[in-house]
Ligand binder design. Structure first.
Ligand code: SF4
Ligand code: SF4
Length: 329
């Protein structure tokens, strides 16, 4: 397979993005993440505003999240977006008010699913500009372009399918009994046992991973051997292909505010390394591979985030290629 081109820009050269963007058609959506309240690592509205202005402020598109948060419903999610300064372009929540409006894409040949549930409003958009923050992620290894399109465009039903059957486990020695996971679990699947240690009822758990995000001790894990070899990452890659297939997609990854956990966690996180810059590509696998390589080159500690399943399976199913040519601009 031919190498994909991945362009690198320094953060100060953000204005050069305009020269690298393709000609989009009129049905363009800009996929962003508005940031969880309390989080400060997501790509700021100030930066997104500059990019949106380059493409005539087409709608910012997003979907609702699974877990307890103002971002769980469109009306309160919109409030968060506006509080965070995303007031310069229309906002379109693709999965409706409650996250329940799905566009079903049927595909025969993939490994994990046959039906993919995406935000219904996605059918209005023939082009997508996916602006993603690259960082570690509790259950997917890392979050970048593939996750932004695969998880970020799925409706609630799709997100549940993505997480289904993944078993979360509390490492008792690390649990301090603070109850944060209990307060945030959307289905009340967690209790403290007699020793004040959290216990997850696997029959009730819907595998949304919110508990991983909120645990201050990092005491909740996914024993990967229980999930059949990084199933979540592979499913995310399949969803990414279902969402991007038949659409013109262009990807921008910000390698800034590099933190260990995702932007859905409502706390400030210590940065793992200095900001690196911005990557751009038409290939979501190549841009995530290049992002991972660039971060690992600068920060040895980031190597512990294993997102290989997204990359390997992404390449296998034709989402993109891990082979890339990095071009400095
Ligand atoms: S216990 Fe299960 S349902 Fe509850 S927050 Fe954790 S992963 Fe989600
Ligand atoms: S959030 Fe973490 S430390 Fe707190 S009770 Fe839950 S598992 Fe234990």
């Amino acid at each position: 397979m031919e190498k994909a081109k991945v362009y690198f820009l320094k953060l100060n050269d953000i204005g050069k993005i305009k020269d690298l963007l393709p000609q989009f058609n009129d049905k363009l959506g800009i996929k962003v993440h508005f940031g969880e309240p309390g989080n400060d690592a997501f790509i700021s509205a100030k930066l997104i505003k500059k990019i949106a202005a380059m493409v005539n402020n087409h709608p910012l598109v997003e979907t609702s999240v699974l877990y307890k948060s103002k971002r769980r419903q469109a009306n309160t999610h919109r409030e968060v977006a506006l509080e965070h300064g995303f007031d310069f372009a229309p906002i379109d929540f693709l999965d409706g008010e409650e996250g329940d409006d799905s566009l079903v894409v049927f595909i025969d040949k993939y490994k994990h699913n046959r039906s993919y549930y995406l935000g219904e409003g996605l059918q209005k958009y023939q082009s997508l500009l996916l602006v993603s923050h690259f960082k570690g992620h509790g259950s997917a290894g890392f979050g970048g372009a593939i996750k932004n399109v695969g998880m970020g465009l799925a409706s609630r039903r799709g997100k549940l399918a993505l997480h289904a059957s993944i078993k979360h486990k509390v490492t008792k020695d690390e649990c301090i009994g603070c109850s944060k996971c209990i307060e945030n679990c959307p289905v009340d699947a967690i209790q403290l046992d007699d020793n004040k240690k959290a216990v997850i009822d696997q029959k009730v758990c819907i595998s949304c991973s919110k508990c991983i995000s909120v645990c201050p001790e990092g005491a909740i894990h996914i024993p990967w051997s229980s999930t059949g070899n990084n199933v979540l990452g592979e499913r995310i890659a399949e969803y990414a292909l279902a969402a991007s297939k038949k659409r013109q997609c262009f990807y921008i990854n910000f390698l800034t505010n590099i933190v260990p956990k995702c932007d859905c966690i409502g706390i400030k996180q210590e940065r793992m390394t200095d900001d690196i810059g911005i990557l751009l590509s038409t290939d979501p696998v190549a841009i995530d591979q290049a992002s991972y390589d660039a971060v690992c080159k600068q920060c040895e500690d980031f190597k512990k985030f294993d997102g290989k399943a997204q990359l390997e399976h992404g390449q296998e199913i034709g989402l993109g290629t891990r082979e890339y040519e990095l071009i400095n601009k």
